[in-house]
Design a protein around this ligand. Structure first.
Ligand code: BES
Ligand code: ZN
Length: 883
């Protein structure tokens, strides 16, 4: 946390570093409250910077103990040290060695940035700017150095000592109860990738033989006794390592790869070179404690952090404006990994749901920013859905436009050209342009312009001429700081589906074929005429969600039902159902608000019935198809004057209609999908469980008391957490006696298991009824609740604000006030987690006037609070800025 007066950082102000660091020798002596850090830096002037530049090193809350230059103590007048800066006005003009000794208190570090303690374990988190909380350093990613780390600690307190790279030596310190270990990482890296760990840890060990035949030791460290819960993570790691070799030709480079699971972590996981540190929630899994979703998250996050070894570590970012260079690209890579491991169609649907739920909402509100921002006050606030998810979509569009081969050539060139460097987005895109001889100038606008493009398509069929004409217009709405936009390049994958369900060849009237089914839109409005179309086709547009846009088209409900049943593109089958449902739900929300009756859509119910009855479809896909748009989906599509109560009522009514209309088929599916085999987390089994549990939930939504009994039975007889959690979640939505019994039983069973107890808190925080806020308030006084553990905070406060739309958005504003009280209390302790909670207000302007006023008042209460962190201040000020 820096101070309030900090000036914004601007991309246009980038200057290369004055000084480069060749090597860093760290000597860390661990102590609970007084850890001593000796850093020996070999510095040399940067030939690319002005001669005779002063040396300024970053710090954050540091205490300098001693300083030497080339072995001699520095005279006090030749340097200046404050907690956040160490400067030497006239350093030598040649390479020199600086020895700096600092002392830090890991036990008092509640921000969980720098050197801190997770339980009793010592660990570090340095991205983005945590290294400066350990020692003075040019803490910026374009300063890459070779690190050697010596760690020393009490043997009893920290028998395990780990750092980046390969182990060089280890042993006892004679005459003491202490020991030490020395690690060396030969790959130059930025300071944000530094890590060390010390503690009492158990581990699982395995080995991976790389494609060139090198043996790599694999280790996953966990709390002693939890080793058996790390088996799935190890399996995921090996699959990820193999996949990166096969899909991208990328091989691992050190002798050992380690993962450490810790119980207190601000984020999900961190890709420190050779020593990934994970929130234990994304490592530990057993059938009894983890759901299918947990297993899938572990698989994806282990892969993501591993993939950073090439996209992030070997090639890093020149500055933090380039964050999407590593995060967007690595999200794309983990999405592709999951698609290959599981089901491509189901993975694409899942990814687009996340994109729309988080990124589209961000892009439409006050926190909208380009994938590559041009200014920031607090970099921690830019680890956003836009940088990550939209960043991944940009990479996906490159592949869609260039084809799989062209894309691979571009990636290969990127790795060859920039290995060992700190690169920019321009350099990344230039690799694709050069490798495929393409012009990607206009495409760069995806990085520079915020907002979600709106594309409107009008389809006209001319039976006499046997043509089908598409008129396509694009528009990019204004966003904060960007009132006027330039035209985007939009790769629109499409098909024309003939009445028999087959795709027509995409032949344009001038004879050209549309390659790979991709139209590349580059102008505000364009027209395409397809020939050889005797019968009226249905246009299947933006197949596979080829571009992250909002699409409207003149398709009729019949067209949508036709696509839902026949489209060869599974994504668009799902999309057609969503469009039908959202249209109905929006009509009904409008009706409710005008005190008019809601309508029903028998066609939608029949379309869902057809999907449920189709034996060729994967259960995971059917489960997705039967899941109605969420309350947030509906709010987002409405875009303004949002009344969460009306949305909830309309959605619940539709759930009841579907549950009733499909009753027999759902009961049948529930029985058919019941599994007597032992639990396995594989995608096919998980898909069957997903469909079974969606069926149960829809049956319960229709008000069937038999379904409540089924859920209660499933709760008590389940042999795995997926089925138990699904049952109690369904029960939680109904004010029945079985609900409290299950919630109480859940607590008794799992009170000693922190990760499962998080589920217990989250479950109750999400109950959509008027008593929810009192229940959540009560839970904040539960002995197991604490502001000190980010997972616990997210499971109660975060779940309430994000998963309980009607109760967070209570008309009396009490939900907002509750969140703000806790953000303010947490801010002094852990500003990163506090500021993430504040993003629950990210679409406050879209609310109906009453709630909007209450939300604004609470935002202003934050804005005027004394001693806010930069993190929270930045979010609240941008949230309140005039649009
Ligand atoms: N590099 C990030 C972790 C990080 C984020 C560190 C913000 C410091 C500040 C890591 O690679 C990451 O992206 N983690 C994600 C999960 C991932 C699967 C998207 C996370 O922690 O949420
Ligand atoms: Zn990442």
């Amino acid at each position: 946390m820096r101070t309030d007066q900090d000036q914004p950082v601007r991309l246009e102000d980038y200057q290369p570093p004055n000084w480069l660091v060749e090597t860093v020798d760290l000597d860390v002596s661990l102590h609970p409250t007084a850890s001593r850090v000796r850093a020996t830096l070999r510095l040399k002037p940067n030939p690319a910077a002005p001669a005779a530049a002063p040396l300024a090193l970053d710090g954050d809350g540091l205490t300098l103990r001693s300083i030497k230059l080339d072995g001699a103590p520095l005279a006090p007048e030749s340097y200046a040290a404050t907690p956040d800066r160490l400067s030497i006005a006239q350093p030598p003009r040649h390479p020199f060695v600086l020895e700096i000794e600092t002392q830090v208190d890991p036990s008092a570090n509640t921000q969980l940035s720098g050197l801190y303690r997770a339980g009793d374990t010592y660990c570090t988190q340095c991205e983005a700017e945590g290294f400066r909380r350990i020692t003075y350093f040019p803490d910026r990613p374009d300063v890459m150095a070779v690190y050697t780390t010596r760690i020393e600690a009490e043997k009893s307190e920290a028998p395990v000592l780990l750092a980046n790279g390969n182990l060089v030596e280890a042993g006892d310190i004679p005459g003491t109860t202490r020991h030490h270990a020395v690690w060396h990482d030969p790959f130059p890296k930025p300071s944000y990738l530094f890590a060390l760990v010390g503690g009492v840890l158990g581990h699982v060990a395995d080995e991976f033989v790389t494609m060139s035949g090198r043996r790599v030791a694999l280790r996953i460290y966990v709390e002693p006794g939890k080793e058996r819960r790390a088996g799935f993570a190890m399996d995921a790691l090996k699959r990820a390592m193999r996949w990166d070799e096969e899909a991208f030709g990328r091989e691992y480079d050190l002798d050992i790869f380690m993962i450490v699971a810790v119980s207190a972590f601000n984020m999900g996981a961190m890709e420190n070179k050779g020593l990934n540190i994970f929130n234990d929630k994304y490592v530990l899994a057993s059938p009894e404690t983890a759901t299918d979703e947990d297993y899938a998250n572990i698989d994806g996050i282990i892969a993501h952090e591993y993939f950073h070894n090439w996209t992030g570590n070997r090639i890093t970012c020149r500055d933090w404006f380039q964050l999407c260079l590593k995060e967007g690209l690595t999200v794309f890579r983990d999405q592709e990994y999951t698609a290959d491991q599981r089901s491509r169609a189901v993975e694409r649907i899942a990814d687009v749901r996340v994109l729309r739920a988080h990124q589209f909402v961000e892009d439409a509100g006050p926190l909208a920013h380009p994938v590559r921002p041009e200014v920031y006050r607090e970099i921690n606030n830019f680890y956003t859905p836009t940088v990550y998810e939209k960043g991944a979509e940009i990479v996906r569009m490159l592949r869609t436009m260039l084809g799989a081969d062209g894309f691979r050539k571009g990636m290969d060139l990127y790795f060859a050209r920039h290995d060992g460097e700190a690169a920019t987005v321009e350099q990344f895109v230039a690799c694709f342009a050069d490798a495929t001889d393409s012009d990607l100038e206009q495409f760069m606008r995806w990085y520079r312009q915020a907002g979600t493009p709106e594309v409107a398509v009008t389809v006209r069929h001319d039976a006499k001429a046997a043509t089908c004409t598409l008129e396509i217009a694009q528009m990019l709405p204004p966003t904060p700081g960007q009132p006027v936009k330039e035209t985007m390049v939009i790769p629109l994958t499409l098909g024309l589906v003939a009445p028999d369900g087959r795709d027509l060849p995409l032949r344009l009237a001038d004879g050209r074929m549309v390659e790979r089914g991709v139209l590349t839109l580059t102008r505000p409005a364009e027209t395409y005429v397809f020939a050889g179309v005797p019968a009226r086709p249905v246009a299947s547009l933006n197949r596979g969600f080829s571009a992250p846009i909002r699409l409207t088209a003149n398709l009729t409900p019949d067209d949508l039902r036709f696509l839902a049943a026949h489209d060869s593109d599974a994504f668009n089958r799902w999309q057609a159902l969503q469009t039908l449902a959202v249209t109905l739900l929006i009509d009904n929300v409008t009706a409710l608000r005008a005190s008019q009756p809601m309508r029903t859509d028998a066609g939608l119910v029949r379309a869902l019935e057809t999907i449920l009855a189709d034996p060729r479809l994967e259960p995971a896909f059917v489960a997705r198809a039967l899941t109605l748009p969420t309350e947030s989906d509906i709010a987002r599509e409405l875009g303004r004057d949002v009344d969460p109560d009306a949305i909830f009522t309309a959605r619940n009514a539709l759930r009841a209609t579907v549950g009733e209309g499909l009753g027999a088929a759902l009961r049948d599916a529930y029985r058919r999908l019941a599994d007597s085999a032992p639990y396995s987390p594989d995608a096919a089994s998980a898909g069957r469980r997903a469909l079974k549990n969606v069926a149960l939930d829809l049956l319960a939504a229709s008000g069937s008391s038999a379904a409540i009994a089924m859920a209660a039975r499933q709760y008590s007889s389940a042999d795995n957490m997926t089925d138990r959690m699904a049952a109690v979640t369904t029960l939680s939505l109904h004010p029945v006696r079985e609900r409290q019994a299950a919630i109480d039983d859940f607590y008794r069973r799992y009170r000693d298991d922190a990760l499962v107890l998080d589920k217990w808190f989250a479950l109750q925080a999400a109950i959509p009824e008027a008593a929810a806020l009192d229940r959540v308030r009560e839970l904040t006084r539960h002995p197991a609740f604490s502001l000190g553990n980010p997972n616990r905070v997210r499971s109660l406060i975060g779940a309430f604000a994000q998963m309980n739309q009607t109760q967070f958005n209570r008309a009396d504003g009490e939900g907002y006030a509750f969140l703000v009280d806790h953000v303010l209390a947490l801010d002094a302790h852990n500003p990163q987690v506090a500021s993430r909670l504040m993003t629950a207000f990210k679409s406050w302007r879209a609310l109906e006037p009453g709630r909007r006023g209450k939300a604004e008042a609470e935002l202003r209460r934050v804005a005027t609070a004394s001693s806010l962190s930069t993190d929270v201040r930045d979010i609240v000020e941008r949230s309140l800025a005039e649009p």
